[in-house]
Design a protein around this ligand. Structure first.
Ligand code: CP
Ligand code: NVA
Length: 314
């Protein structure tokens, strides 16, 4: 099925070939002639949680492609409170061409997609952050010139970003390692899905509780916050559980000497990363943030303005 008619709720909704085509299109968006294939098109941004990068990159993407975006804050819509999710989806589909939604519960995205009749893009849920992972693949591909055979080491919480990166890595032939403390490991369902994809691509999938084992010889060292949005009440407990999982210069030195350091941002300096690490010579975090724009332009164009000759991206 073409992405032109499908929602993107999980990074695994795409095939390896679909991801490769998306990265090539993102590169053309970044370096080619500007074009405006989305004139007259509108994207609704339906957000239950705060955002800087996702909101601004999607809005800017629509403007640069000739379309519009309408941001709907948590206070405005009251998704599932002021109005049932299904009704919100049905109403938005009468005005707009696609919805990018950021939800607490991944199930809300499925409910939106089931009822919307227009494509729904996961702009972050409790389970996945596919737009982040796809943008990150784009950044790695740009910097390293390839994906297959590279090793990405994730240190920290097995959260939404980690889940999407795991699936994106093994879909595209990268090896994925993750070091998390006991009680914060990848769930069985994501692991099963990842193992199935890794069997097809030949990727290696490694789970450990030892950050040094994960990072040793890796090509990319990645971390994210210990407490994600919606988990604020657990912050103190998590600070204790994740002690020893901070990424600092010493840990980074165990990786390949040309390894990239990545973080989706926002970062908690002095918590999951040592102070100053964002400015380390191996850090690519701001290129990473920029690439959200280019990748999402490619995604929106693929969904809303597929060319007649376009091979389905799926
Ligand atoms: N990385 C990311 O999604 O950032 P925001 O939460 O600011 O959108
Ligand atoms: N894991 C983080 C990612 C933010 C972009 C969160 O969900 O808050």
């Amino acid at each position: 099925m073409s992405i032109g008619t499908k929602s993107l709720l999980s990074v695994a909704d795409l095939s390896r070939e679909g991801i490769e085509r998306l990265l090539e299109r993102a590169s053309r968006m970044k370096h080619g002639q500007p074009s405006q294939p989305l004139q007259g098109r509108t994207l609704a941004l339906l957000f239950e949680k705060p955002s800087l990068r996702t909101r601004v990159s999607f809005e800017t993407a629509m403007i640069q492609l000739g379309g519009h975006a309408i941001y709907l804050s948590p206070a405005e819509v009251g998704l599932g409170k002021r109005e049932p999710v299904a009704d919100v989806a049905r109403v938005l589909s009468r005005y707009t061409d696609a919805v990018a939604a950021r939800t607490f519960d991944h199930a809300t995205l499925h409910l939106l997609a089931l009822n919307a009749g227009i494509p729904v893009i996961n702009a972050l849920s409790d389970i996945e952050h596919p737009c982040q992972a796809l943008s990150d693949l784009f950044t790695i591909w740009e910097k390293k010139g390839r994906l297959p055979g590279l090793t990405l080491a994730f240190v920290g919480d097995s959260n939404n970003v980690a889940n999407s990166l795991l699936l994106a890595s093994v879909l595209t032939g990268m090896n994925f390692r993750i070091a998390s403390p006991h009680g914060y490991a990848i769930t069985e369902s994501v692991l099963d899905q990842g193992r199935g994809l890794a069997d097809s691509s030949g990727s290696q999938l490694t789970l450990t509780s030892d950050p040094c084992q994960a990072v040793e010889g890796a090509d990319v060292v990645y971390t994210d916050v210990w407490t994600s949005m919606g988990q604020e009440a657990e912050a103190d407990r998590r600070r204790v559980a994740f002690r020893g999982y901070q990424v600092d210069e010493g840990l980074l030195r165990l990786a390949n000497e040309e390894a990239l350091f990545m973080h989706p941002l926002p970062a908690h300096h002095g918590e999951e990363i040592s102070a100053g690490l964002l400015d380390h010579p191996q850090s690519v975090v701001f290129d990473q943030a920029e690439n959200r724009l280019h990748l999402q332009k490619a995604l929106l164009a693929s969904i809303l303005a597929p060319t007649p000759a376009q091979v389905p991206i799926q």
